[in-house]
Write a protein that binds this ligand. Structure first.
Ligand code: SF4
Ligand code: ZN
Length: 314
């Protein structure tokens, strides 16, 4: 493959090694082991595994990196949103991968957790929002609930360079500096620079964030990893799609644009985080106990609106 941003031509084996080493370098640079886990006191890392190429490649590389390292325990978590013909097929890929690798795998469904499925939420759409607006709130809640339940120290997701550059541009264009600051402490910066003690959510990390999306897809293909490529039928983030198109054009004309956006954005986000810290959720939801600034958290509000129910409800 030829990477215009670096000028490198790589054969199959050098390409795969280059992806592996960039992910491992990111793990080092983001100081994921900065809490100094030991074999007697290991860390548990929960991997958000959807069955798409990104999370499958992440799981494979993490497994190969930490297979013989008793300081790290990996658990994969798949969220089943209740999307007919989409999640069942990708769940197959998750099962095949975790079975091949022999790592623990848990499945959590919106049906069990919230008494709803995304297909019916998307059809009814009682608030007239995009389906992803409900789904994102439920997913975030499910991931943090289960991260707590498994005593996870970190939550690792498969966001790639394109995803992160899109989020960076969306945050910059919206002018929301508070959001940029939150992005840094929640999931972007190195663990040595982030302030996570005040954050009630399990800290996240994105070890694939230096790898362009096309390279993640090529890696999955060359390594013959089980992946599910279809797109969710409710995908509706139109603005993100527009930004993605612009970034592709810019990258074609000016190779390296995504990398330079991210290096500048990360520096800015660090400054923003230093200036904006201390504004985390101050209270707990009176229904479910999740951290929130209101009486009832957004997830509980949405569960009511879509006619679902929480496990403890009568
Ligand atoms: Fe949920 Fe939207 Fe992702 Fe579909 S595309 S799984 S609705 S967040
Ligand atoms: Zn709640």
């Amino acid at each position: 493959m030829y990477a215009a941003y670096s000028g490198l031509h790589l054969c199959e084996s050098h390409f795969c090694r280059s992806v592996d080493s960039r992910v491992r370098r990111r793990i080092r640079n983001d100081a994921l082991l900065s809490a100094n886990p030991t074999p007697e006191d290991p860390e548990t890392w929960l991997i958000g595994l959807s069955g798409g190429k990104d999370s499958v490649v992440l799981t494979q590389i993490l497994f190969e990196t930490f297979e013989d390292d008793p300081r790290i325990e990996l658990v994969a978590l798949t969220i089943h949103e209740g999307i007919d013909g989409y999640r069942d097929a990708s769940l197959e890929a998750c099962l095949e991968l975790t079975d091949d690798l022999g790592i623990d795998h848990e499945v959590v469904s919106y049906a069990d957790e919230y008494g709803v499925e995304m297909d019916s939420v998307a059809e009814d759409d009682p608030l007239g929002m995009a389906p992803c607006a409900y789904c994102g709130v439920f997913r975030r809640d499910a991931l943090s609930t289960y991260a707590d339940e498994y005593g996870a120290d970190k939550l690792l997701t498969g966001h790639n360079l394109d995803d992160e550059a899109q989020t960076a541009m969306m945050n910059l264009l919206s002018g929301d500096v508070g959001q940029i600051a939150k992005h840094f402490d929640a999931s972007l910066g190195s663990f040595e620079d982030r302030e996570i003690d005040d954050d009630p959510f399990v800290p996240r990390a994105k070890p694939l964030r230096d790898i362009p999306e096309k390279e993640v897809a090529l890696y999955a293909h060359l390594r013959e990893l089980p992946t599910h490529m279809a797109e969710c039928p409710h995908a509706s983030e139109a603005y993100r799609g527009e930004i993605q198109d612009h970034l592709h054009e810019l990258e074609d004309e000016h190779p390296g644009t995504r990398h330079s956006i991210m290096s500048g954005y990360e520096e800015l986000a660090k400054l923003a985080a230093e200036a904006h810290r201390g504004g985390g959720p101050g209270g707990e939801c009176e229904r479910c106990g999740a951290p929130t600034n209101n009486d009832v958290c957004r997830k509980c509000e949405l569960v009511d609106v879509v006619g679902g129910e929480l496990p403890g409800d009568d």
